[in-house]
Design a protein around this ligand. Structure first.
Ligand code: SF4
Length: 306
């Protein structure tokens, strides 16, 4: 059998649970401190009104979303699920509200895990203790932290509202409490060279998060980034550039880091650029083709970094 070029989430879940497991994306109606004025207003310059999620929270209750996805994926043969609180910052709010929200999974025996997408500045010991309760109950748990870039000048430019040091504090706090961390990064952020992007990956490979999600920056109509793009001040990556960036990055990562995502899933409506992101299969094929052509695989250069 052909050796896998990277360690995918599907492979990891199958190994851990002995069968395929499906993540269900949920919009629990949270907001984000970078949008409500606590940290900033308007959010990250690329953020859309759905807070990088499904937007389903506006029309369906959490219960309805869970039951919709479970029913849909059961028809495709899945029997186990991970509740993925995806939209906006899912650890931002009073602990009582967080507890009530996460606890909905207790009603569904087929849900065996909990994934929380959030910002580094929304992790504190109260949140960690709450998450530990679910871990003690036997749920497989991880936290997804948006870093995007290790470069503070980039984080400032994109109006992220936190620094790399804030990310490190949250990351170490989670690690100290044995909560797995999945880190999101974005390639193609304004002002970043290829070396800067790979530098972020090399730093992550030293930190050894349990997982990583690669995103290509996409530009939406109506976002501050969209205005910069129309003014000719932002240039998107080409598919070729993105494929080689992800391919090279995988070589630098530890072989055991789980790859949760290789590319972004932009909405078709309102997408200004890059349009190649709409063909996800082609993006993934371009990455794997590049890896094959260059003889790369995940972890190939990991040990050369230290
Ligand atoms: S942290 Fe996420 S939800 Fe908040 S503004 Fe940035 S992209 Fe939007």
């Amino acid at each position: 059998m052909e050796k896998s070029l990277y360690y995918s989430l599907n492979q990891f879940l199958k190994e851990r649970f002995g069968e395929k497991v499906k993540k269900i994306p949920l919009d629990a109606g949270f907001t984000c401190p970078n949008r409500d004025g606590t940290k900033g207003k308007g959010g990250c310059i690329y953020c859309d009104a759905k807070g990088s999620g499904t937007g389903l929270g506006q029309s369906l209750s959490l219960k309805e979303q869970i039951e919709f996805f479970i029913e849909r994926f059961k028809k495709k043969g899945f029997k186990k699920f991970i509740a993925y609180f995806q939209s906006f910052s899912n650890s931002y709010g009073p602990l009582s509200k967080l507890r009530e929200t996460y606890s909905i999974i207790l009603n569904y025996p087929e849900i065996i895990g909990l994934a929380i997408g959030t910002r580094p500045d929304c992790i504190d010991i109260g949140v960690i203790n709450l998450l530990k309760e679910f871990q003690y109950l036997g749920y497989y748990l991880w936290v997804e932290l948006g870093l995007q870039s290790k470069h503070n000048q980039t984080l400032k430019f994109i109006n992220r509202g936190h620094t790399f040091e804030d990310f490190l504090s949250a990351f170490y706090l989670l690690k100290e409490h044995e909560i797995p961390v999945v880190v999101h990064i974005i390639f193609g952020l304004p002002g970043e060279s290829r070396d800067m992007m790979l530098d972020t990956v090399k730093t992550l490979s030293e930190l050894k998060p349990e997982g990583i999600k690669f995103h290509a920056l996409y530009i939406l109509e109506g976002s501050p980034l969209g205005e910069l793009y129309k003014a000719g001040k932002v240039k998107e990556l080409s598919l070729k550039e993105y494929a080689s960036l992800v391919g090279d990055s995988l070589s630098f990562l530890p072989p055991e880091t789980v790859i949760h995502r290789l590319t972004s899933d932009p909405p078709k409506e309102g997408l200004l650029s890059p349009m190649w992101l709409l063909n996800k299969n082609q993006v993934i094929k371009s990455i794997t083709d590049y890896m094959k052509e260059t003889g790369q695989y995940q972890g190939k250069f990991y040990h050369n970094l230290s």
